[in-house]
Design a protein around this ligand. Sequence first.
Ligand code: HEC
Length: 127
Amino acid sequence: MKKNFLYLILILGTVLFINACYYDKAELLYPTVQGTTCDTAGVVSYSLKVVPLLKAQCYGCHSVTGGSAGINMANYANDKAIALNGKLYGSISHAPGYFAMPQGGNQMSSCDLAIIKKWITSGCLNN
Ligand code: HEC
C-alpha cells in the first residue's frame, strides 16, 4: 500500500516536471518574413512588406498579364485594384464568398494577414 503511494507521487512528480518544461511561442515556431515579431505598428510599406508576401504566395499564378481567373497582380495599380474591391483580403482571409487563396497552399499566417489588412485600411499607399 505504502509502495503504491510512493509510485503515485513519483509519477505525479514526473508529469509536473515535464509540464514545467513546456514552452512554445507562435512567433518562435512560425517566424514570418518580418522576423520574429509581428510588427504592424506605423505605416505598412507596400514595397518592403506587402510585395514580398504577395510575390512569395500569389504572383506565381497571378502575373501582371494573363493571371489566373483574370486576376492580374504584381504591380501597384493591379494590387491596389483588388485590394479596393475587397477580393484581396477576402481571398487571403478565406472569407465566405471568395476563392480561398493561395490556391492549393496554406493560408497566410495571421501576422501576414494583419500586415496586408493594415496596408489596405491605411489607404493602399504606394510606399
Ligand atoms: C497555384 C496558383 C494560384 C496561387 C498561388 C494563387 N492563386 Fe488566386 N486564383 C487561382 C485560380 C486558378 C483562381 C480561379 C478560382 C479557382 O479556380 O479557385 C484564382 C482566383 C483568385 C481570386 C478570385 C477571382 C475572383 O474574381 O473572385 C483572387 C482575388 C485571387 N485568386 C487572389 C490571389 C491571391 C491574393 C493570392 C496569394 C495569396 C493567390 N490568388 C494565389 C490560382 C492561384
